[in-house]
Design a protein around this ligand. Sequence first.
Ligand code: FAD
Length: 468
Amino acid sequence: LNADHQCDVVVLGAGPGGYTAAFRAADLGKKVILIERFEKIGGVCLNVGCIPSKALLHVSGILNETREMGSHGITFAEPKIDLDGLRGFKNGVIDKLTGGLKQLAKQRKVTILHGVGHFASANHIRITAADGSQSTVQFEHAIIAAGSQPVKLPFIPHDDHRVIDSTGALELADIPKRMLIIGGGIIGLEMAQVYASLGSKITIVELADNIIPGADKDLVRPLLKDIKKRYENIYLGSKVTGVTATADGLDVTFEGKSAPATDRFDRILVAVGRAPNGRKLNLEAAGVTVDQRGFIPVDARMQTNVPHIFAIGDIVGQPMLAHKAVHEGKVAAEVICGMKSAFTPITIPSVAYTDPEIAWAGKTEDQLKEEGIAYEKGAFPWAASGRSLSIGRDEGLTKALFCAETHRLLGVGIVGPNAGELIAEAVLAMEMGADMSDIALTIHPHPTLSETLGFAAEMAEGTITDLL
Ligand code: FAD
C-alpha cells in the first residue's frame, strides 16, 4: 500500500481518550497523527456529552434554586428564557475547550487529519475526507479511540425529527411541552432536569424498578422523591413497546407495572445506553478482535490481540466515562513508548450530575451483599450537617462502607449538592488503602459538606452516636 503520511503512532478518534493518548505519545517523543471525522476535536465528551450537559445543568440548577428561595424569604420573578442566549453560552464553552485542544496539539506537533478512518491493513489506515478524497496513513503503532454512539430501538421512528437522542437534546432546538424520556439512567435524568427546569413536562419510563439501577437505592431515593414532585410521570418497571408518529404528536404504547397503555408526547428522548463503534472500523483488515457488541478486548496495558495496536475508552468497555478514557489513553501511549504502565485502578467513580447529585465509588452496598463480603457501614444524614442546612438542603446522605475485618474503605456513596466533587476524596482514600480511622482522624474543614465523609467514618467506628 502506498502511504501519504507516515508516523510512529496513529490515534483513531479525538475524544478524551484519543487526544490524551496523542499528546502523551508526542510528549514522549513520538511522531503522532490524530484522525478525527469531525471538524472539532474533543469527541463526545466536549462536543455532545460531559461538557455541554454540565453547562446546561449549571443553568438548570440556578433556575431550580431561584424557584426554591421562597422558603428563605427571597422571591424572584419568573425568569425569562432566551434559548439562543443559552445555546450561545453552551456553544461558547465547547468552542473555548475544543479551540484550546487544537492549540495543545499544535504545540506538540501532533498532526490532525480530518476524515473517517478505516483500517486497510495491520499498518495502514485509509481516511476518507468530507469532500470524498482519500489518503493513507502508515503507522508503527495504532491507538483505537473511536468511542461509542447512542443505541437506537427498532420500534421507534428515529428518523422523525421529534425523536431525539442525547446529541439532539443538547442542541436545544426548542422547549417541548410534553417530553417522554426513555431510560432512567444518568444521561436521561440529566437531560430531564435541563428540560424540566426550562418548562417541559417530563415523563420518564425505565425498565428496571428504580432509576439509576447501578447505584444503591438509599442514594437514589432523595432524587426520586424530588423528581416525583417535579415531573409529570415516572414509570418504573415499564417499557415502551411502540411509537407511531402522527401529525399531532408521537403516540406511544407502554407495557409494565405503572405505565398507562398509551399516551401522546411532543418529543421523545431515547436514552437507553450507548454502543461501541468497534464494528465500523474494518478491524478485520488489521486482524484485531472485536466482540459481538462491538467492544475491542484489551489487556491491562490496553493492548489488543495485535501487539502493536491498542484500544482505549468507550470502545473497550464499561464504564463508558471520560475519566476512564483519559487514564487508559495515557497508559496506551506510555506502553508504546516503552514504559511499564498499566491500567489498574482500584475504582472508577460514577456521578449523576442531577439535582441532587449522586456519586459513588468502590463497591456499592448491593454489590457487597451479592458478593457475601462482610462490611461495616457509617451513613451520615445531611440533615445533621450545619453546612447542608445552611444551604437549605437536608436531603443528602454520605455512606461509607468498610471491610468488617480490616476496616479498609471498600465503597462510598454520596447524594446531595456537590456529591460529584465530594466523591474524589473517597476515591483517593481507596487508592491509598485508607481505613476507617484514617478517614475519621482526617480533619475536615468546618462547616463543609466534606465533613460528612469524616462523620460517616466516625459513625462506623462508633465514635459519633448522637447526631444532633
Ligand atoms: P469519544 O468521546 O466517543 O470520541 C471518539 C471520537 O472518535 C469521536 O470524536 C468520533 O467522531 C471519532 N471517530 C469515531 N469513529 C471514527 C472514524 N472511523 N474515523 C475518524 N474518527 C472517528 N462521561 C463522564 O465521565 N462524565 C460525564 O459527565 C459524562 N456526561 C455525558 C453526557 C452525555 C450526554 C453523553 C452522551 C456522554 C457523557 N459521558 C460522560 C460519557 C463520555 O462522553 C464518554 O465516556 C467519552 O467521551 C468517551 O471518550 P472516548 O475517547 O472513548 O470516545
